[in-house]
Each structure stands twice: as C-alpha cells, then as structure tokens.
Design a protein around this ligand. Structure first.
Ligand SMILES: *Cc1c(COP(=O)(O)O)cnc(C)c1O
Length: 394
C-alpha cells in the first residue's frame, strides 16, 4: 500500500477528476504529458537551474536552538520563507510554467484568494514572457490591495469576480470557465495540491524538492536522512505535500498536519476541514470539504488568508482518513502568539499560515531526543499589517 497517488489519480478513496465534459480535452492533454515532460532531462535541467539561481534553493535547514531549548526537542526549520517571493508557492509555478511552454501554451490563467498564488504566477509569467490572467473574487481584490498591485506591476491582468460570495471558490469557477473556452493556447496554473487529477500529483511532485533537500540536509547534520516528525500547515496542502513527499510511505516518520480553526472549531468561523468536513466534490476532486447538509460549500474563515480554504487536497484527506497523518487544529489566537514568539526567539517573522504550524509545540509534548522538521512555509512581510493590528503594535 502507498499513500501516494495510484495510476487512476486516487489517494485511497480521494482524488480523481470530476470535471465537465468540456474540460476533458485539457485534462487529458495534461494527464498524457506531464510525467513524460517532467522526466525529460532538459526539463529537469531547466527546472533545477531556475530553482537554484532564481528561487535561491536549496533553502537552509536551520537548527532552531532557542525553540529546541524551550520545548526540549531537536527542532529544525526548513526555510521556504527565504525563497524568492517569500514562500514555497514559487516552486510549483516555476515547474508549471516550464511545462506550459513545452505544451506550447502562450496564455496562463490562475485563480487566487489572498493573492499569494497570483503573485507567484504573475512572477513566472513575467520571467517567461507569457500572458497572465488572474481571476480573483471582488471581495478579495479589495481586501488584498498590496498583492493586487504586485500582480499588476508584474504585468498580469486581474479579473474581479462578482458571482457568489465574490471569493476564492467563485474565482476558481471563473478560471475553469475560461479554460473550457480556451482549450488550445491556455494553461491553468493551479496553486495547491487540489483540483482534478493530475494537478494534485503534479503540484506535489514540483514541491517534493522540499523533502528531497531535507533528506540530504538532515543526513549531513544528524547522520540519518529522516526525522521523527514532520510538521506543516495545510491550506490546500502543497507545502505539506512537498515536506512529506519522500517520507509518505516511511511510517517511521510521523506526519503532523496543522489546519486553521479560526475563531474555534464550533464557532461558525473556522477552516478546520477534518473536524467539520465531509466527503464531497470541490474544484474537480473528491475530497474532504466543509459543506452544508444539502452539499453547499461553507464559507471558511481563518485569520490567515492562505489557510482560509473550505477543503484539503485528496492526499491529505487520505492521510487523515487512514490515520497516517495526525491533524491538529489551531485557532487564530494560538497562531498569532506562536508567530510573535518565533519573531522574538529566533528573529524570524513567519507568515501567519506558518504560525499555525509553530503553535503545535504548545499542544503536543515531544521527547527530548525527537528530531522534528517544521516547514517554515513563508515569511511574514505580507502579514505585517495583520500582526500590527492584532497586537496593537505602535
Ligand atoms: C499559500 C500558503 C500556504 C497554504 O497553502 P498550501 O497549499 O497548503 O501550502 C501556507 N503557507 C504560506 C506561506 C502560503 O503562502
């Protein structure tokens, strides 16, 4: 048994491609080509070169002496926050833009909620000279002005979406519609391990560079290439998938996924998918999602825009239902304190998404000999205003 995807695009009961007939052509083209293209030597050469020279990889594996002392365990931070554009998302967009070029696509579409994936997509489109259209809920366009400005400066067109609640899921529907109408020249860059097969697998493979580096880096400092625990926050699940990838079937390594419970699991303002969700279809994939009794997707909430998603990817739904992964829900307050604590203990201001993962140390006791790798998915610059308002910093 494997926790990775099977040949039909499923992780256990989850995954697949639940798409309208009119998207079949696009998905089939991708499905037939992605592994072939990605395993090509010249693809790997171009991908790795850009990860090195443009993104700044390998990202350091930093032994966090002060956190380790405080929580009596050996805690390492995988520094994805040091990547160009400030998070792990660029690993995926670099991979997909090279793939798009090799599929002879000239036009890129993407959807974005908080704007982080939109920025990562606009960045690689600028780099490669491809046209970039980003669908974004009109509410999010207003809430995320700095990222909208960044995308525009990078040359992208932003299309505000006013249907539904004017947020991420509505932007996703519009992006799908665009792709149906432009099947020949357009590639849709999905931003997490979500969407119809093969997107979750493809994005996980691009992000797997994180676990490949962890193996090499741990071997050098600890004399073994695996930790006792891996910890990552889960919005859609891409930074977590990349962190876990090479260890998925190595059950000696325990996996902890951290989701956002917002103002509390039962507050009605939450994004704790494994606590509140049921099996359903979202974004073309069968997975766990938060929904009403009659199957309407529930509007999620988290103080962290990147975790504010009503589902999780199918890999993670399977990690949960099989028990391979332990899921811990962290609320806004716990996350914000953990973010402040890391800033003052280590001089690293984390993204609020990552702060959720950091809060695990207040929830769970580890042994002093445990080696723990926590993926520091992003930096907190984008969240400064949020931190300032929350802590009333003057
Ligand atoms: C987008 C984002 C996340 C959540 O997305 P995943 O696909 O679950 O990784 C987490 N951390 C940061 C810094 C992000 O920008």
């Amino acid at each position: 048994m494997s926790y990775n995807v099977n040949s039909k695009g499923y992780y256990g009961d989850f995954g697949g491609a639940y798409i309208p007939e009119m998207l079949l052509h696009n998905i089939d083209e991708l499905k037939e080509n992605y592994i072939k293209i990605m395993s090509d030597d010249s693809f790997q050469q171009e991908f790795n070169q850009l990860l090195k020279d443009y993104v700044g990889r390998p990202s350091p594996l930093y032994f966090s002496k002060n956190l380790s002392e405080k929580y009596s365990a050996k805690i390492y931070l995988k520094r994805e926050d040091l990547n160009h554009t400030g998070a792990h998302k660029i690993n995926n967009t670099i991979g997909q833009i090279i793939l798009a070029k090799r599929l002879k696509k000239s036009r890129i579409i993407a959807e974005t909620g908080a704007g982080q994936h939109g920025v990562a997509t606009a960045t690689v489109c600028a780099l490669m000279g491809l046209k970039c259209i980003v669908y974004m809920g009109a509410t999010d366009v207003k809430r995320q002005a700095p990222n909208v400005a960044r995308m525009k400066m990078l040359g992208a067109d932003i299309i505000p979406v006013t249907s539904g609640s004017s947020t991420l899921k509505d932007a996703t529907n519009e992006a799908m519609r665009d792709w149906i109408n432009n099947p020949i020249d357009t590639h849709y860059i999905v931003g997490s391990v979500v969407g119809p097969h093969p997107f979750p697998d493809m994005v996980a493979r691009f992000q797997s560079v994180i676990s490949k580096e962890i193996k090499e880096q741990l071997l050098l400092v600890e004399g073994r290439n695996y930790p006792d625990y891996l910890i990552a926050c889960v919005g859609g699940g891409s930074n977590a998938a990349g962190t876990f990838y090479d260890y998925l079937d190595y059950e000696r390594v325990k996996i902890i996924c951290v989701e956002a419970s917002g103002k509390g699991v039962n507050s009605g303002k939450s994004a704790a998918t494994t606590k509140l969700g049921k099996t359903g279809i979202i974004h073309g994939s069968k997975t766990l999602l938060m929904q009403t009794d009659d199957g309407q997707i529930t509007e999620p909430y988290s103080i962290s825009a990147g975790l504010d998603y009503p589902g999780i990817g199918p890999m993670h739904a399977n990690l949960f239902s099989s028990g391979r992964g332990e899921f811990i829900s962290i609320d806004d307050d716990e996350a914000m304190s953990a973010g402040l604590q890391l800033s003052q203990l280590e001089g690293i201001i984390p993204a609020i998404e990552t702060s959720h993962a950091l809060a695990v140390f207040n929830h769970k006791k580890f042994n002093s000999t445990d080696i723990i790798v926590l993926n520091l998915s992003g930096r907190g610059d984008k969240d400064l205003e949020n931190y300032i308002n929350y802590f009333n910093i003057q």
